[in-house]
Every structure is written in structure tokens, then in C-alpha cells.
Design a binder for this molecule. Structure first.
Ligand code: NDP
Ligand code: 2IT
Length: 448
């Protein structure tokens, strides 16, 4: 598995200390394995124990969130913030509200975020946070009560030059509004301490669209360079139907592809004529409904129970945009057998390591999450710039910068993979390209 005794020991020690943290160890293994060539050719990494420090978060906060529901009953949830690495800038990364959230998931997301943020080329360190709070079925008032209680603890750990959270699963514009409102009331300061804010109070145009659009800009560049091809006329499958999936679908359609499927955690819809996104937006963004409601409006569309079945639909390009480990080796084999040419990740770690390796071995264009979905955090970085300058840029200006960043990320990843001898090993390309800057900064900053 490992060629370097040093890297093996770092992983083994981490595994010993992190028993039961499966997602965290999965991400750490994927990263450490692919960093080996870099570590072997840079002896200063081992000498200065950079890897041991890199896998250990600078700070991990867990806190109680007590709030009162609409029935007057007290509810208690767990809140988290991991401040993983600040060597290249303030901690930056989303907040996830989902019942599955635990320390392992927050740490895997935080570790990935460190390398992702480095790849954007903007000065942002890595962090992540969230809660096991389940927003599903909660009233607007309950969402607000929870967000206020959450921020009443979180505010002391964050700041516009310290740590800047944003959204992730279960945290969109509504939640960011309530969180930001509470921060402002406590601190009496109007600063860019959160991103993904609404446009009237300091948000950036194109942040809502950024992760999905960025994913498509990355994929279009990869198709152009690696296969001399375009998205025009391609059949596309996208899992999920949240923020990332919706705007991936929008940009894919604009680029001439036909998106035939979307999903949620209950099941998936198949529309052979191409998904009508206005109907999906009405269901998901306005009514906060379920994806199966699509077939009530669109005749001829099908709904299938169970979200995994989506990978059995033949397609040219697949975009997993729901959650971690939603695509395993069996799904990867099915996609390849059905002729997929590119799989680019909108979600974080949606493919298991076996699935990712299978794609790369079969010369499928594989866009690893930390590269392909970096458009969201990159545009968060642009929101921070605008807040600091007390300016707001036009949609076109932000979108053009986003596109530049995504094209640049692809080339950085691809060139690094080529230099390693395998242009399809984008996983190593992304990990090494992201790690190089972080490790150089850590070396320069002295022992900490
Ligand atoms: P949303 O909350 O807007 O949407 C999440 C979608 O994924 C929903 O369709 C949801 O279905 C589905 N989903 C969530 N959990 C599961 C699960 N356990 N099994 C199956 N489906 C599930 O979140 P986002 O669109 O923002 O996030 C999606 C992914 O993209 C996440 O991995 C996130 O980390 C990643 N990401 C998000 C960025 C952003 O800017 N928002 C940036 C970069 C990455 P259901 O409604 O049934 O729960
Ligand atoms: O996973 C991610 O990159 C995000 N959820 C976005 C983080 C951000 O700070 O915009």
C-alpha cells in the first residue's frame, strides 16, 4: 500500500488515534497515499514532521447547542468547528447541518478543504463545521432559533481575519442570513465573517451558482484538453438536487448537454427529454419539497425509489453532487460499462477510493472533489475580497473570475499528474498541487 515507511507510520499513528473515524481515515489515506512521490523527493517534509502536523487540526471545537422548538420543548444538538490549517490564510469552509454529522465527517471535510482552498490560489486556510441538527421538517422559526443558538457559541471562535464559515449540506441562504444576523447583533460589527450571504447584506453575485457552474467549467476544460471534446450533445446524470446539483444542471444545459436525472436521499427522477430545471427549482428552492414531486408536473418522467439506482442510467458524463461515498466500485463499473467518459465530483468525497481508482485506471476523466468543486469556496474568497474593499462586482465579473480560477485549477492538476507520469492520475495531481503550497508555508512559518 505505502512505498514510504515515513508516510506509512504517519497513517498508522493517525489510524491508532482516530479509531472509528471512518470518513476521516478514508480521506487521510487517500491524501497520504498520493502524496508519497512528493514526500520522497522532498526530504524536508519528513525532517520537519510536516505530514504529522498537516493531518492534525490546529483546533477542534465541539459545543452544545440548546434551543426551543415550536412546541416549547428544549432541544439539544451538537455543534462543531474544526480549524484545520491556517498556514496560507484564515480558516475557510462550510457548515453542514445534517443528522449524520459527527467529528469524523467534520474532520474529513476540513482536511479536504485545506488542499481545495490551496488549489484556488486564493489566500484561504481550511476549516469546516456544522451540527447534527436536522433541518428537514422544521419551521422557519425553528431554523432561526437553532441558527441563533448555534452562533451564540460559534461567534467567539470566528472572525473576518480568523475563520470565515459558509454553507454546505443543509445550510443555504436562509441559514446564513440567520447566522449572520446573530453574529452582527452579538459583535455589533458588519464584516465579511460569513460567505454565501444574501445580496442585500454583503453577499456576492454568482456565489449561489458558483459550485455547480465551477464544476462545469472544470469539466469543459478537462474534456477539451484530455479528449478534444465538448459537453455539447452529451447525456448527463447528476445526483442530488440541492444547491450544487441545481446549478450544475443549469450550466450543463447552457453548454448544450442534456441532463436526464437528478436525485435526493429517497430516490431519483429520470426524464429522457431533459430535466426542466424551473420545475426543480420551484420544488426544491421555493417549496423545499422532494424530488419525486417532479413527476406530478412532468408527464413521461419517471421516479424510482432508492438513490443508488441513478448510476445505472447510461450517460456520457456523471456528476455526483449529493454526499460522501454515494458512488462505490460497483457503481463505477456500471458507469464505465455504459460508456461514461467523465466523472467529476460536485460533492465532497462522493466516490469511494476504489471507485476513483477504477475511473483513473480506465482512463475516464476523473475530476476529484477538491479540484472540481472548488468553485464554491473560490467565489467565497471573491466575496471576502468584495467585503474587505466595501465593493460589489457584477455577476459577469465574478463569473469570469470563477471561470479563470477553474480553468487554472484543471491545468495545475493535469500538469502535476503529467509530471508524475500519468495524466489520468488527477487525484495525485490535485493532492500534490494543493499540498505543495501548504507545506512550503508551514516550513516557512516555523514549528507550530
Ligand atoms: P444541499 O443541502 O443543498 O443539497 C444536498 C443534496 O444531497 C440533497 O439533494 C440531499 O437530499 C442530498 N443528500 C444529502 N445527504 C444525502 C445522503 N446521506 N444520501 C443521499 N443524498 C443525500 O447541499 P449542497 O448541494 O450544498 O451540497 C452537496 C454536496 O456538495 C456536499 O457533499 C457538499 O459538501 C458539497 N459541496 C457544496 C458546496 C457549496 O457551495 N454548497 C461547495 C463544494 C462542495 P435530501 O434532501 O434527501 O437530503
Ligand atoms: O465544501 C466546500 O467547499 C463548501 N461547502 C464551500 C465552502 C465555502 O467556504 O464557501
Amino acid at each position: 500500500m505505502f512505498q514510504s515507511q515515513y508516510v506509512k507510520k504517519v497513517y498508522d499513528d493517525l489510524a491508532e488515534k482516530s479509531k472509528g473515524e471512518t470518513e476521516f481515515l478514508q480521506a487521510a489515506l487517500e491524501i497520504l497515499e498520493s502524496l508519497e512521490p512528493y514526500v520522497l523527493s522532498h526530504p524536508e517534509i519528513e525532517k520537519n514532521k510536516i505530514l504529522e502536523r498537516f493531518v492534525e487540526p490546529e483546533r477542534f471545537v465541539q459545543f452544545r447547542v440548546a434551543w426551543v422548538d415550536d412546541k416549547g420543548e428544549i432541544q439539544i444538538n451538537r455543534g462543531y468547528r474544526v480549524q484545520y490549517n491556517s498556514s496560507i490564510g484564515p480558516y475557510k469552509g462550510g457548515l453542514r447541518f445534517h443528522p449524520s454529522v459527527n467529528a469524523s465527517i467534520i474532520k474529513f471535510l476540513g482536511l479536504e478543504q485545506v488542499l481545495k482552498n490551496s488549489l484556488t490560489t486564493l489566500p484561504m486556510g481550511g476549516g469546516k463545521g456544522g451540527s447534527d441538527f436536522d433541518p428537514k421538517g422544521k419551521s422557519d422559526h425553528e431554523i432561526m432559533s437553532f441558527c441563533q443558538a448555534f452562533m451564540t457559541e460559534l461567534y467567539r471562535h470566528i472572525g473576518e481575519d480568523t475563520d470565515v464559515p459558509a454553507g454546505d449540506i443543509g445550510v443555504g441562504g436562509r441559514e446564513i442570513g440567520y447566522l449572520y444576523g446573530q453574529y452582527k447583533r452579538i459583535q455589533n460589527k458588519t464584516v465579511g465573517v460569513l460567505t454565501g450571504k444574501g445580496i442585500p447584506y454583503g453577499g456576492s453575485l454568482a456565489r449561489t451558482e458558483a459550485t455547480g457552474y465551477g464544476l462545469l467549467y472544470f469539466t469543459a476544460e478537462a474534456l477539451k484538453v484530455m479528449k478534444k471534446d465538448t459537453l455539447s450533445g452529451k447525456t448527463v446524470v447528476i445526483s442530488g438536487s440541492g444547491n450544487v446539483a441545481i446549478y450544475a444542471c443549469e450550466k450543463a444545459t447552457q453548454l448544450g448537454a442534456k441532463v436526464v436525472a437528478l436525485s435526493d436521499s429517497n430516490g431519483y427522477i429520470y426524464d429522457k427529454n431533459g430535466i426542466q430545471l424551473d420545475v426543480v427549482k420551484e420544488i426544491k428552492e421555493v417549496r423545499r419539497g422532494r424530488i419525486k414531486e417532479y413527476v406530478e408536473t412532468i408527464s413521461g418522467a419517471e421516479y424510482h425509489e432508492g438513490s443508488k439506482g441513478i448510476w445505472s442510467i447510461p450517460c456520457d458524463v456523471a456528476f455526483p453532487c449529493a454526499t460522501q461515498n454515494e458512488l462505490d466500485l460497483e457503481d463505477a463499473k456500471l458507469l464505465v460499462q455504459n460508456g461514461v467518459i467523465a466523472v467529476c465530483e460536485g460533492a465532497n468525497m462522493p466516490s469511494t477510493l476504489e471507485a476513483a481508482k477504477y475511473f483513473m485506471e480506465h482512463k475516464i476523466i476523473y475530476g476529484p472533489a477538491k479540484a472540481a468543486n472548488a468553485g464554491g469556496v473560490a467565489t467565497s474568497g471573491l466575496e471576502m475580497c468584495q467585503n474587505s474593499a466595501r465593493l460589489s462586482w457584477s455577476f459577469e465579473e465574478v463569473d469570469a473570475k470563477l471561470k479563470d480560477i477553474m480553468v487554472n485549477i484543471f491545468h495545475n492538476v493535469y500538469d502535476t499528474a503529467k509530471a508524475l507520469g500519468n495524466p489520468y492520475d488527477t487525484l495525485a495531481g490535485a493532492n500534490i498541487a494543493g499540498f505543495e503550497k501548504v507545506s512550503k508555508a508551514m516550513l516557512a512559518l516555523g514549528v507550530y
